[in-house]
Write a protein that binds this ligand. Structure first.
Ligand code: ACO
Length: 333
């Protein structure tokens, strides 16, 4: 039994940039409101690529960075709120796109905490010796589930994917994991799938004739409640992780928070009295990409050369479900 390490990262965002000014042309909002309330300046929007394509591109970049072949991957987990379809899983489609023929593949649904959950799940398979190499991906095309008439949500999100390759090695890698959920808050951030409803099954035609079935399949959010929840669990998660890894904040080189809103991050910085320089923030360029936000940030840091061997990196996420959690990893590349 060895240590679980991140041996490579990758990301991909669609080329199309959607600015705050462009959104202001279709809905009653403005750049100043969006920047001051969220920190977001622009986001990327798919022009046709579905989640699997975006995720596969991030995966290929991660495999290259890890110098590993797709055939050597034993496990692919895609964390997404916006799969291509109900079935097959987005992970199976990614498998086929990248040629990872030996891998076991499945998706997980944990909203913006998805990448953290995927890391924790893959960690268990690798740590107990069942598998050697795992590819974990957070990938989203949130633009397809946004209500572009709801200014309270549509300005916040963006599309993209980030990936990491996990493998077994001898040096320290994952130092601590933490995950939590609270389904009592499930209505606070949600997007309906097809409901169990007479309107939706074979009886519909009998009862309603040809009346067109209408259903809201857009993301809805109680912004203020989510804000309060986010601030609380960011703090809780950082403290639990430090406890588990037997470290304190001075031992942490970088914190990668879920990139939802600058004000949430600022609250945490104040509350825990953390040096702001420790936080890596890129939400100004991508908005909230849900499960993709942490791995996109991790990959950006890796590619910029910010990550040095032996550094401790704390990742912390929160999202719909409600779900939250984090990991501390020692960078070993
Ligand atoms: N442009 C202009 N005005 C707006 C916009 C907009 N895009 N959105 C809302 N407003 C208006 C409202 O209509 C309201 O006007 P009113 O006072 O006339 O009624 C006013 O601005 C204030 O609205 P609030 O909802 O109170 O604004 P708030 O300061 O709470 O900011 C926000 C809203 C940014 C969503 C905030 O609640 C927030 O950050 N919540 C956290 C949620 C979050 O980050 N979610 C994203 C991810 S969740 C996750 O990742 C799990």
């Amino acid at each position: 039994m060895g240590e679980v390490q991140i041996i490579g990262t990758g990301s991909y965002v669609p080329e199309r940039i959607l600015t705050n000014d462009e959104i202001s042309k279709i809905i009653d909002t403005n750049d100043q409101w969006i920047r001051s309330r969220t920190g977001i300046g622009e986001r990327r929007i798919t022009t046709g690529e579905n989640t699997s394509k975006i995720a596969a591109k991030a995966a290929i970049n991660a495999l290259k960075n890890a110098s590993i072949n797709a055939e050597d991957i034993d496990l692919i987990i895609v964390a997404t709120t916006t799969p291509d379809c109900y079935t097959p899983s987005t992970a199976c489609i990614v498998q086929s796109l990248i040629g990872a023929s030996r891998a076991v593949c499945f998706d997980i649904s944990a909203a913006c905490s998805g990448f953290i959950y995927a890391l924790n799940i893959a960690y268990q398979f690798l740590r107990n010796g069942a598998m050697k190499n795992a590819l974990i991906i957070g990938g989203e095309t949130l633009s397809k589930i946004l209500d572009w008439n709801d200014r309270g949500t549509c300005v916040l999100f963006g599309d993209g994917a980030g990936a990491a390759v996990l493998s077994i090695g001898n040096e320290e890698g994952v130092l601590g994991n933490y995950m939590a959920s609270d389904g009592r808050g499930s209505d606070l951030l949600k997007c309906d799938a097809a409901p169990v409803d007479i309107n939706n099954n074979i009886l519909r035609k009998e009862v309603l004739g040809d009346e067109v079935y209408k259903n809201s399949k857009y993301l809805s959010m109680e912004g203020k409640e989510i804000f309060k929840f986010a601030v609380k669990v960011m703090e809780e998660t950082i403290e639990k992780l430090l406890e588990e890894a037997k470290l304190d904040l001075s031992n942490i080189d970088y914190i990668i928070p879920h990139q939802a809103n600058l004000r949430i991050i600022d609250h945490t910085i104040k509350k825990l009295d953390i040096d702001k320089e420790k936080f890596y923030i890129n939400l100004q360029s991508y908005g909230n990409t849900s499960a993709a936000s942490i791995p996109i940030a991790l990959d950006e840091m890796n590619r910029k050369g910010l990550l040095k061997k032996g550094q401790n990196i704390l990742m912390v996420g929160f999202g719909g479900g409600l779900t939250w959690g984090g990991s501390i990893i020692k960078w070993c590349k």
